[in-house]
Design a protein around this ligand. Structure first.
Ligand code: ARG
Length: 456
C-alpha cells in the first residue's frame, strides 16, 4: 500500500520498520472514539463552510458504514495500517473517494489521537467507577450481616483490640469510595477537548473548537495548542488512581488469603472462586485473591512506564508517546478484571463468626479496656497501663485470660479493682463502649453504614 506521504520520499519504508512503527494492533480499540471524533469534526467543518453539505453527507454516511461494518465483523482492521486513524481515513477514501480526502482538513493525527484517548479513557473510567460501586455495595451487604460479629483487630499482625467484622469491612468501603472520587477528579481535569490544536500550533482555518467539544461532552477546549497535543497528565493521573485501587485490592486480598488459611479460618471462600491442587487432595486455594495481589505489580509498572516515557520529552508530539496506550489499556483492563472477580468473590464469601470470636478471646485484646477501667476510677493512665501489663505477664505465664484472674488477685495489683471489672472487659462491652466518632462501637458502625449508603 502506498504511504500517505509517498510524495516526499524516494523509497518505500522497510517492512520491519513499518511493523515496528505500527500501533494498530492496540489502538484499534479506539475505533468508535475515532469515528465519533471524525463525525463531529466533519460536522464542524461543514458548519463553518470548509466542507460542503454534500461532502459532509458523504463523509458522515461513509463513517457510519465503517462503524457498522467494524461492529458486525464485516470490516477487519488492516494490520498493515500504521494506526487506527490512518486505517479509518484510508477506508473512508476507498469508499467515498475525494470527499474522504477532505476530512483531515484543520486536524492532525496529533490532536486526533489526543482526542481519541481522552474519549476512550473517559468511558473506561466510568466503567471502573461502576465496578467500584458494585464492589462497595457487596462489601456493605457483608458488613450489615456482621455488625455483631466480634473479631480481633490487629496492629503488626498481632491481636490488638476487639472490633466488629463490619467495622473492618467498612474500612475498605472508605478506601474504595476515595478511589471513586480520585477517578472522578482525574476525569474532570481530563475533560477538555484537544481537537483543533492540530499538529502543534493551531490552524489558519476558521474552525469552531467549542462546537466539537460540546458535541463530544467536554467541559471546554484545551487552552494551549502545544499542551493540547503533548499532555498525557490524564494518563498518569488515571494510572495512579488505578494503581491505588490495586493497592487497596491487594491489601484486601492479603487479608482474605490470611483469613481463609487454617491458622485463621475467619472466612470461607466459595468453591467457585478457589482452586484445588494437582497433587494435594485436601487443598482449597485462594488463587483469585493471590492473582489480584500479583497483578498489582503490573498496574504499578504501567504508571512507571508512562512517567518514564514522558520524562525528558521535548514539546510537542514525539513518537515515544504512542507507548502511552499499551500502558494505560493494560492498567484499566487489569483493574476492571480484578474488580470484576472481586465482586462475586466477596459476595459469596462466608464469615465464620465462631472462629473470629474464639480468636478474640485469646491475645488479651481487652487489656486497653482494663487499663481504661482503672483510669476512669482515678488512676493515671501510665500507672494503670503498667499494672495491667503486669497482670498480662502473669496470665501469659499461667496460660489464662484476663477474665480468668480472680478478683482477690486483682486486688493485690490495685485496690481499685471491683467485681464490675469483668463486665467492663467482656468483648461485647469493649465494643459497646467505643463511643468516639468513627470507632468500632455499634452506633458508630451504624453511622458508617448510613454514610456509605448515602455515597452510592
Ligand atoms: N499512532 C500515533 C500515536 O499513537 C498517532 C499519532 C501520530 N502522529 C505523528 N505525528 N506520527 O501516538
Amino acid at each position: 500500500m502506498e504511504k500517505m506521504w509517498a510524495g516526499r520520499f524516494e523509497k518505500a519504508s522497510d517492512k520491519m520498520a513499518d511493523d515496528f512503527n505500527s500501533s494498530i494492533h492496540f489502538d484499534s480499540k479506539m475505533y468508535k472514539q475515532d469515528i465519533r471524533g471524525s463525525m463531529e469534526h466533519a460536522s464542524m467543518l461543514c458548519k463553518v463552510g470548509i466542507l460542503t453539505e454534500e461532502d459532509f453527507g458523504k463523509i458522515f454516511a461513509g463513517l457510519t458504514g465503517i462503524l457498522n461494518d467494524i461492529e458486525s465483523g464485516e470490516l477487519a482492521f488492516d494490520m498493515n495500517a500504521e494506526d487506527i486513524h490512518m486505517f479509518i481515513e484510508a477506508e473512508l477514501t476507498k469508499r467515498i473517494g475525494d470527499a474522504g480526502k477532505k476530512l483531515h482538513t484543520a486536524r492532525s493525527r496529533n490532536d486526533q489521537v489526543a482526542l481519541d484517548l481522552r474519549l476512550y479513557m473517559r468511558d473506561e473510567s466510568f466503567e471502573v467507577i461502576t465496578l467500584l460501586k458494585q464492589l462497595i455495595s457487596v462489601i456493605l451487604v457483608q458488613a450489615k450481616k456482621n455488625t455483631q460479629t466480634i473479631m480481633p483487630g490487629y496492629t503488626h499482625l498481632q491481636r490488638a483490640q476487639p472490633i466488629t467484622f463490619a467495622h473492618h469491612l467498612l474500612a475498605y468501603c472508605m478506601m474504595f469510595l476515595r478511589d471513586v472520587s480520585r477517578i472522578l477528579d482525574a476525569v474532570l481535569r481530563m475533560n477538555y477537548s484537544p481537537l483543533g490544536s492540530c499538529a502543534l500550533a493551531g490552524t489558519t482555518y476558521p474552525t469552531d473548537r467549542d462546537m466539537v467539544a460540546e458535541a463530544l461532552g467536554f467541559d471546554g477546549v484545551t487552552m494551549n495548542s502545544i499542551d493540547g497535543v503533548s499532555d498525557r497528565d490524564y494518563c498518569i493521573e488515571l494510572e495512579a488512581a488505578f494503581a491505588t485501587v490495586m493497592m487497596h485490592l491487594s491489601r484486601f486480598s492479603e487479608e482474605i488469603i490470611l483469613w481463609s488459611s487454617w491458622e485463621f479460618k475467619f472466612v470461607e471462600l466459595d468453591d467457585a472462586y478457589t482452586t484445588g491442587s494437582s497433587i494435594m487432595p485436601q487443598k482449597k486455594n485462594p488463587d483469585m485473591a493471590e492473582l489480584v495481589r500479583g497483578k498489582t505489580g503490573r498496574v504499578y509498572g504501567d504508571l512507571m512506564a508512562t512517567l518514564t516515557m514522558l520524562k525528558g520529552l521535548p514539546l510537542a508530539y514525539n513518537k515515544d508517546m504512542q507507548e502511552d496506550k499499551e500502558a494505560i489499556f493494560d492498567s484499566v483492563e487489569t483493574v476492571k478484571k480484578c474488580l470484576s472477580i472481586f465482586i462475586p468473590m466477596i459476595e459469596t464469601m462466608k464469615a465464620i463468626p465462631e472462629n473470629m470470636y474464639a480468636a478474640s478471646k485469646k491475645g488479651f485484646i481487652n487489656a486497653t479496656d482494663l487499663a481504661d477501667y482503672l483510669t476512669k476510677r482515678g488512676v493515671p493512665f501510665r500507672t494503670a497501663y503498667k499494672i495491667v501489663g503486669t497482670v498480662v505477664g502473669k496470665c501469659v505465664k499461667e496460660g489464662i485470660t484476663l477474665d480468668e484472674v480472680p478478683l482477690e488477685e486483682y486486688k493485690q495489683y490495685s485496690e481499685i479493682f471491683e467485681e464490675d471489672l469483668y463486665d467492663e472487659i467482656s468483648l461485647e462491652t469493649c465494643i459497646r463502649k467505643r463511643i468516639s466518632k468513627g470507632s468500632t462501637g455499634y452506633d458508630s458502625v451504624a453511622e458508617e453504614i448510613a454514610y456509605v449508603e448515602s455515597q452510592l
